[in-house]
Design a binder for this molecule. Structure first.
Ligand SMILES: [Zn+2]
Length: 551
């Protein structure tokens, strides 16, 4: 062998040694495992684990980009994954595109962890496939660790009635001690601000999926779900999701992925289960109901806490796959539904008529079809205060029950064309802008006939809830001619978010800004005993006015 040749082979041998001996190089194409998988389902990911998992996906695939959804209170950058083929750099890339945008969010309650693990598995299994599924039809956004601050307070003493992971989970609250699934209307957290600004307003996903864990009534189904419930939102979206989309997704989940699911709920009365299965609350402080008010589709996913951790992670993973299966196939239908909902809302605001109402009190009714729950016989031990203790017996029992998931207004008020707000402080305009609403200011003074609400009684709750004493109000409406000055706020309901405008500003709204104390100092003046006039006036008919949009 010539000397040169010998050196050449020695060199090749050295390269080979490098390739096979250095771990970083030899594992270059190995798909990463989540902490749930690598710990054999005894642990869940810390924030740092999630970030390094995402970086590894990016090292292996061009189909995934990362944006920052928000900076958490404790200073963690909350990641938002953008998955597409090609992967868009911004929503502008999609303006002539036929793909639908779907948003999956996990860990809003950081003790409820399987959505975090399942959504990371989902991202990996889509982007690292040779021919990735769904990406001809969908752009998929994922926020796997929405409550990053709550996540890292992992302890086995959190959520002890949940079956695993053995090494513990995080806490429910964010870094401000707020429950992020009660923050949609008041938007006090960086997480909700980031969600609205950087996901809902920036990417405008057609569907939001919010992953949780539930420890309510005992049943065999590991996956439960709900849809937007508030009837002040677009009722065609509610009916489409309730009657067509969710039953189809449940069927895909069972037939293709061998996983049982039921609509979310609890027994109305544990002692008399035959009374029915009741769904979640319709208040829009709950995120999925809020999304419904914004004319978009939303799925509340509650995985069953008494299923073991592995079953919950795979249940959630298969549920997410079933949702994507459905959306890829029906995207045109979903796009058309949301376009039509926006159009109808604008139309309602322009031509608000007698028949257009805003519900302020609701009654819960049964849906037409009964629901089947694969449960157990139960032993109910009454307690002097609060809910009875319920123990599951060994014998299985199938319950066929009315499902109370239809909310209809019991009391409603006329839906206005616009609201006028003669307040000089900027906090209110800022709050409305945080929701992404179109807010104008008058550029001339004007005299208008408006409907005014006189407050007769304002009551604050005894208990503090999320740092607030929630108000309830009673009073009466009257018509008056009133002067409005240049600079006063004008908020039209003739905008795609018109239903949300009314929900925030109606005086008797059950989850509006009055409830959340935004008007307290205007409603109760010092030295005066009686509450006052609500400083938001309803303009019932369109009037041409000189005004400009606040940016
Ligand atoms: Zn939850």
């Amino acid at each position: 062998m010539k000397k040169g040749k010998k050196y050449f082979f020695t060199f090749l041998g050295f390269i080979g040694f490098l390739i096979f001996s250095l771990p970083g190089l030899s594992s270059v194409n190995k798909p990463p495992l989540t902490v749930a998988e690598s710990s054999h389902f005894t642990e869940t990911s810390m924030y740092a684990d999630v970030i390094s998992f995402i970086k590894e996906l990016q090292r292996q695939s061009p189909l995934i980009k990362v944006e920052t959804l928000c900076m958490s209170t404790e200073g963690r950058a909350v990641p938002l994954l953008i998955i597409g083929k090609p992967c868009p750099s911004s929503p502008l890339d999609l303006r002539f595109d036929k793909r639908a945008i779907i948003y999956i969010q996990a860990n809003i309650h950081a003790g409820e962890v399987e959505g975090k693990e399942a959504s990371l598995m989902l991202a990996r299994d889509i982007v690292l496939k040779e021919s990735p599924s769904y990406l001809d039809d969908l752009v998929i956004l994922i926020s796997p660790i929405f409550n990053a601050d709550g996540n890292d307070k992992i302890s086995p003493s959190n959520r002890r009635n949940q079956v695993g992971p053995a090494k513990g989970v995080g806490v429910r609250y964010n870094g401000q001690n707020l429950d992020l699934n009660r923050d949609s209307m008041k938007i006090e957290s960086p997480e909700l601000k980031g969600l609205v600004r950087n996901v809902l307003m920036r990417w405008d996903p057609l569907l939001l999926v919010d992953c949780h864990t539930t420890n309510g009534s005992y049943h065999e189904e590991s996956v439960t779900y709900s849809w937007p419930l508030n009837p002040n939102g677009d009722t065609d979206i509610i009916e489409y999701m309730r009657d067509r989309m969710m039953p189809s997704i449940g069927k895909i989940l069972k037939e293709k992925y061998n996983t049982l699911s039921i609509p979310y709920g609890n027994f109305m009365d544990f002692e008399q289960p035959e009374k029915g299965w009741k769904s979640a609350d319709p208040l829009p402080r709950f995120l999925t109901n809020y999304i419904g008010l914004r004319n978009r589709l939303a799925i509340l996913n509650e995985n069953y806490a008494y299923s073991d951790y592995r079953t919950r992670v795979y249940g959630c993973y298969h549920f997410l796959l079933s949702i994507l299966d459905y959306c890829a196939l029906h995207k045109d239908e979903i796009i058309a539904l949301t376009i039509e909902a926006d159009r109808k809302t604008i139309e309602k605001g322009i031509h608000a008529s007698e028949k257009d109402k805003f519900g302020i009190e609701f009654e819960r009714k049964s849906l037409q079809d009964k629901i089947t729950i694969r449960g157990w016989e139960m032993e109910v031990i009454p307690r002097a205060q609060g809910w009875p203790r319920v123990k599951k017996k060994d014998r299985k029992k199938t319950y066929i029950l009315p499902y109370l998931a239809d909310y209809a207004p019991k009391r409603a008020v006329p839906f206005p064309h616009a609201y006028l707000i003669p307040l000089a402080e900027s906090a209110l305009a800022e709050k409305l802008l945080e929701h992404g609403l179109i807010v104008d200011r008058l550029t001339d003074s004007v005299s208008l006939e408006v409907e005014t609400f006189r407050v007769n009684e304002l009551k604050a709750s005894e208990r503090v809830f999320q740092g607030h004493r929630l108000n309830s109000v009673s009073g009466e409406y009257f018509i008056e001619k009133k002067e409005f000055s240049k600079g006063n706020l004008f908020v039209s309901t003739a905008q795609p978010l018109g239903n949300l405008v009314a929900y925030l500003l109606e005086p008797e709204s059950d989850d509006g800004l009055l409830v959340w104390n935004f008007f307290d100092r205007y409603l109760v003046h010092q030295w005066r005993r009686q509450p006052q006039i609500y400083p938001v006036y309803k303009l019932m008919k369109p009037v041409n006015l000189a005004r400009e949009r606040i940016q």
